[in-house]
Design a protein around this ligand. Structure first.
Ligand SMILES: Nc1nc2c(ncn2[C@@H]2O[C@H](COP(=O)(O)OP(=O)(O)OP(=O)(O)O)[C@@H](O)[C@H]2O)c(=O)[nH]1
Ligand SMILES: [Mg+2]
Length: 292
């Protein structure tokens, strides 16, 4: 039996979570066309006869602007010495600009084997791809470089094969058939947060946190109630929307996805509360689960 851990790291919005979902073949992590979607380590477990790989999707590494940002970057950087392989993901947006340079320096310091995935190949021309490839090849940090499209699934199997070759002999850490160890409560909060990222713009969704207050499995229905914390009174108004329309839309799309996930009818109650500056309040961050 072979088994091991792979962390997926990179700048925000390059497609790390999309790649995790493509590898696992299930929606484990939420995704959005906005940076800083992932806030915690998200574990997805890949199983095949004789091999198990635990993938750790991490928040995009960026210069922290508040305590939540510091927690998020830390979640990514601290995986380096805990895994068998680091999978660094880039897209065409950043190249080796400042943010990537910082990460490359940290990767150089780490002895863990490193692979590079150049993602979003589906929207690159061959010249653009070659330019990015050469740029990272020159760094000498990566043992192999793959061009992939996480969204279309292109080359994901080839990348996965390379990762399989890098994990050592070891036991199964999780039972077969389990694709994540994250509790349903956590997944429920993430699904609600994802819909908010889809419905809302600018700073509003980034200043949102979800607390699942109740999660009760009844005979023919699961009752979930969640508090949406927001940083500003004005944001609360935007989240609720005219005649409550926005919040209703968020609630409906979250409920439909929760019903598919849980295989049960769901009653979802959402409440919006203002907590000024929660992203810089250590106590509230801890209470919302953003702590070790
Ligand atoms: N065209 C294209 N878009 C992609 C691809 N992979 C991801 N995306 C899109 O890129 C955006 C960001 O994807 P995510 O998976 O949320 O990115 P992330 O790196 O996890 O972002 P953070 O969690 O914020 O760090 C989404 O709109 C995805 O649909 C790809 O291969 N091709
Ligand atoms: Mg993500």
């Amino acid at each position: 039996m072979k088994s091991g851990f792979v962390s997926i790291i990179g700048r925000p919005n390059v497609g790390k979570s999309t790649l995790l979902n493509a590898i696992i073949g299930e929606k484990v992590a939420i995704t959005a066309d906005k940076p800083q979607t992932t806030r915690n380590r998200i574990r997805g477990i890949y199983n095949e006869k004789g091999i198990q790989i635990v993938f750790i999707d991490t928040p995009g590494i960026a210069r922290p602007r508040n305590k939540l940002g510091a927690y998020m970057t830390d979640q990514a950087l601290t995986t380096f010495e805990e895994v068998d392989v680091i999978l660094f993901v880039v897209d065409e947006m950043l190249g080796s600009r400042g943010g990537d340079q910082f990460i490359l320096e940290r990767l150089r310091e780490s002895k863990t084997p490193k692979l590079l995935a150049i993602n979003k190949m589906d929207r690159m021309g061959p010249e653009e791809y070659k330019k990015i490839y050469d740029e990272y090849e020159r760094t000498g940090v990566f043992s192999e470089i793959f061009g992939v499209s996480a969204l279309k699934g292109d080359n994901v199997a080839i990348l996965l094969d390379a990762l399989k070759g890098l994990v050592p002999e070891g036991p199964a850490y999780f039972p077969e058939g389990v694709f994540t160890d994250l509790p349903e409560r956590f997944l429920a909060g993430e699904i609600i947060r994802e819909k908010m990222l889809h419905y809302l713009r600018d700073e509003v969704p980034h200043g949102v946190a979800i607390e699942i207050e109740a999660f009760a499995e009844k005979p023919n229905m699961t009752e979930i109630s969640a508090v949406i914390y927001t940083e500003k009174k004005t944001h609360k108004g935007i989240i609720i929307g005219k005649d409550g329309h926005t919040l209703k839309g968020i609630g409906k799309s979250a409920r439909l996805e929760l019903e598919a996930l849980l295989g049960a009818r769901v009653h979802l109650g959402l409440w919006v509360k203002v907590k000024e500056n929660w992203r810089d309040n250590g106590r509230i961050l801890g209470a919302l689960g953003y702590r070790e």
